[in-house]
Design a protein around this ligand. Structure first.
Ligand SMILES: NC(=O)c1ccc[n+]([C@@H]2O[C@H](COP(=O)([O-])OP(=O)(O)OC[C@H]3O[C@@H](n4cnc5c(N)ncnc54)[C@H](O)[C@@H]3O)[C@@H](O)[C@H]2O)c1
Length: 451
């Protein structure tokens, strides 16, 4: 593998410098740079690295392989994909050669493979994860963990029964910005948080998964039958293969692709590791009317224990992807790799508006009494605090490092199968409500969505 003489710590430090240099001195002074912890160097008892195999070397698989180059405790020893060109892309992403195959089961048969990283289309997660668990491998599986509730339950069961280490792949759960936000949330500084709002809005064709079809894509270069898996049979269709997120047979639309990041982030910050009791969605398909069977606008209100969560994804507006925690004492906003905490002014104030209907004498008496009851000047409002991860910070590297460490130590990962299942079920509830035009309710006894 090609290595750089710049270590991750140096890289991060250089990134922090670059970020600060790019800002005005005044603005930079107000942002506290968050320092990523050093990546774990915990190796197996015999000193060797975790040997992992990659299943799916498409867009995300290649990103994972690029991120894995930063993680010293794992080494890729093989990859599987149904489209041969992607295996070459995987090698290029990793910068090293490794054995490749069209059939991931041959990787599972190998005794020298400790773990697999699953980055195939969502409808195939269950099959690959169940096979990997049966073969005694530990598993990192991309988000959303499941294509439907039953798939998620089967995966939780397989991981538990096989005593496997399982990491769901929502990398924000390992992000230093989210960890800082979780620390602030747990400190109680925000007061009572009863409402959280988040969105993921982007308006480009790429943001709506209208990905270009590579020129060599054909039924000869792609194993279409295996791609379909348990999905309904149909003739080879490159649009469905490359833009699978647009179709219910393989993906979950904006909910599974984008809500899941917001929901995992919210679970991470609040510590709420539960399925919402209710979800109500509305939305429409008006912009990307290209044959897809998901809306391009989805807005969902969730009832989580003690907090209402309001999410939307709009593929017709580029408003970014902030998450805002509205507390009685402060408002915390996460946006990309930055975080701000703005205090609420809760100091006592004399009534103003309703005195418009009072006589001058009444107003005067009221004000005199108010000031007598509140002799102290109001406390000075704390400043807005800003935090940011350094430029170039890669939370996927941290998420992978956490997984590899757990494979060695057999201790818990940050995003296990139950966490991943909960976030995914909330996505399925959003879609259930949209398509059934009803409030989706979680039946905890029956472990199903009703409504
Ligand atoms: N965590 C993130 O930020 C993030 C970002 C993008 C995608 N994802 C997730 O990663 C997964 C993959 O998404 P993508 O964008 O890379 O899709 P993609 O279509 O670009 O790549 C998927 C690859 O999996 C291969 N594949 C499918 N079924 C297979 C099988 N049975 N055996 C071997 N290979 C198989 C395909 O040939 C394809 O190359 C999805 O679950 C997606 O939701 C996560």
């Amino acid at each position: 593998m090609k290595t750089s003489s710049v270590t991750r710590r140096d890289f991060v430090r250089l990134g922090a410098g670059a970020a600060i240099a790019g800002q005005s001195a005044a603005a930079a002074a107000q942002v506290t740079a968050l320092e990523p912890p050093p990546l774990s160097t915990q190796a197996l008892p015999d000193g060797r690295k975790i040997r992992f195999a990659m299943v799916g070397t498409g867009i995300r698989g290649c990103d994972l392989l690029r991120a894995a180059r930063q993680v010293p405790t794992g080494v890729c020893v093989g990859a599987a994909d149904l489209y041969s060109t992607r295996l070459q892309a995987g090698k290029e992403a990793y910068g090293a050669d490794f054995p490749i195959t069209g059939d991931y089961r041959t990787l599972l048969d190998r005794k020298d493979v400790d773990a697999v990283i699953v980055a195939v289309a969502d409808h195939s997660h269950r099959r690959v994860v169940l096979d990997a668990c049966a073969a005694g491998k530990d598993v990192y599986c991309e988000k959303p963990m499941s294509h439907n509730v039953a798939d998620g339950q089967a995966m939780v069961q397989a991981v538990t029964a096989g005593k496997r280490i399982f990491q769901a792949g929502s990398q924000r759960v390992s992000n230093i910005v989210y960890k800082k936000a979780a620390e602030i949330y747990a400190s109680g500084r925000l007061g009572e948080v009863r409402y959280i709002e988040g969105h993921s809005d982007r308006n480009s064709p790429s943001g709506a998964w209208v990905y270009p079809i590579p020129p060599d894509a054909s039924a000869q270069t792609i194993d279409w039958e295996t791609f379909l898996g348990d999905a309904p049979r149909r003739a080879f269709d490159p649009v469905r293969f490359f833009r699978w997120r647009c179709f219910q047979d393989y993906g979950e639309g904006v909910a599974g692709d984008l809500f899941v990041h917001l929901l995992s982030g919210i679970q991470c910050v609040t510590g709420i590791n539960a399925i919402p009791s209710r979800a109500y969605s509305t939305g429409s398909l008006t912009h990307f009317t290209d044959g897809r069977d998901f809306p391009d606008l989805l807005a969902t209100l969730y009832d989580y224990p003690g907090v209402t969560v309001n999410l939307h994804c709009n593929q017709n507006n580029e408003a970014g992807e902030p998450i805002v925690f509205y507390g009685s004492e402060g408002t915390m906003t996460i946006s990309g790799n930055s975080l701000s905490v703005a205090p609420q002014d809760t100091s006592p104030r004399p009534e103003g508006y309703s005195l418009n209907g009072w006589t001058a004498a009444q107003k005067q008496q009221y004000m005199e009494e108010w000031h007598a009851a509140h002799p102290a000047p109001p406390p000075k409002l704390a400043k807005v605090e800003n935090f940011a991860a350094p430029a170039g910070y890669n939370d996927t590297a941290d998420h992978l490092a956490n997984f590899f460490e757990a494979v060695v130590t057999r201790k818990h990962v940050v995003e296990d199968e139950v966490f991943g299942h909960h976030a995914a079920v909330a996505c399925h509830m959003a879609n259930h409500s949209y398509f059934h035009r009803a409030v989706a309710q979680w039946d905890a006894d029956g472990k199903t969505i009703k409504g």
